[in-house]
Design a protein around this ligand. Structure first.
Ligand code: GDP
Length: 296
């Protein structure tokens, strides 16, 4: 961000020095700075409005108006609200079902679904000692099926073959059947993504969801999309009962606004962050650290 919010607020507070006390109109000025900072971080406008309304309620209480250091008090409120919003319900993957637990990956093409499928496989194999099978339902792009094969191998998981002449539903059912018979703990189903949301794609993934009954339905979204991520998130939320979000390409995004937007729009917890192209470039999402990034 061009200039950190905390810096801007302390500058503002310095200008207010000499006044007997902080007034409601001073609080409004500070809120304007907070709003600018969120927009600079590329948070979507409706999300900014909601967020500011919540912060305003808190700031108009004693906390800022009666404070000796109102700038710091405001930064504190914003920080706590960011952490509370983005960190709500954060948890590892839920696998508490009769195995195989199915994880369904959803998102646009290029969001990082295939890469994240392999990263999750590695996470589950290394950290949770699970036996993991992956399968690709992307029958439109043979290269995507091969890509999943390669990265699953790097993760130390097993890959279930599929081919472009098959129906995605049949592929998923066959993979699930294989996972059951060979006692896999987890089956991760990678799906086709389009460059933009379309009805055929949404119908297909809804059918897949109904067929494999996933315990986790993860929405994979590119953090660099910033506020544009909101429309995609809305469409996927309407189509599927999302259980979590994976924000990818966080390493290329210095602004950080997508996390707040997507969390608020979908209501689903952000479970993981993709931080590099490499197979181990996946971290459990840390709301506190991310709030620091947005605040600057
Ligand atoms: P899909 O079409 O949704 O399956 O997307 P892919 O998994 O093929 O990823 C698209 C591109 O994004 C590839 O070049 C990946 O290497 C890259 N990618 C995925 N996740 C990350 C990430 O967290 N960081 C970076 N830098 N690149 C990523």
């Amino acid at each position: 961000m061009a200039s950190a919010l905390s810096e801007k607020l302390s500058r503002l507070v310095k200008e207010m020095r000499g006044q007997a006390r902080i007034t409601e109109s001073n609080v409004q000025d500070m809120l304007r700075e907070v709003r600018m900072a969120l927009l600079e971080a590329d948070v979507a406008l409706p999300v900014v409005r909601d967020f500011i309304a919540r912060v305003k309620d808190k700031a108009l209480g004693q906390e800022v108006v009666g404070s000796l250091n109102p700038g710091q008090a405001m930064v504190g409120i914003v920080n706590r609200e960011l952490v509370a919003t983005m960190g709500q319900g954060v948890s590892d993957l839920d696998l508490a079902v009769q195995p195989p637990a199915v994880i369904l990956m959803a998102g646009l093409q290029g969001a990082g679904k295939t890469t994240t499928t392999a990263k999750l496989a590695k996470h589950l194999i290394d950290k949770r000692k699970k036996k993991v099978l992956t399968v690709s339902g992307d029958v439109y792009r043979p290269a995507a099926i091969e890509q999943l094969r390669t990265v699953t191998g790097q993760a130390g998981g097993e890959w279930f073959p599929s081919s472009p002449d098959q129906q995605p539903l049949d592929i998923a059912r066959n993979a699930l059947d294989h996972a059951r018979r060979h006692h896999f703990d987890v089956l991760i189903v990678d799906t086709a993504g389009r460059l933009a949301v379309d009805e055929a794609m949404m119908r297909e993934i809804r059918e897949l969801h109904a067929a494999v009954k996933p315990v986790e339905t993860l929405f994979v979204v590119d953090a660099m999309q910033g506020q544009d991520a909101v429309n995609t998130a809305k469409a996927f939320k309407e189509a599927l009962p999302l259980t979590g979000i994976v924000l990818t390409k966080m390493d290329g995004d210095s602004r950080g606004g997508a996390a707040l937007s997507v969390r608020q729009i979908t209501g689903a917890p952000i479970k993981f962050a993709g931080v590099s192209e490499k197979i181990d470039g996946l971290e459990v999402f840390d709301a506190e650290r991310h709030a620091g990034r947005i605040l600057g």
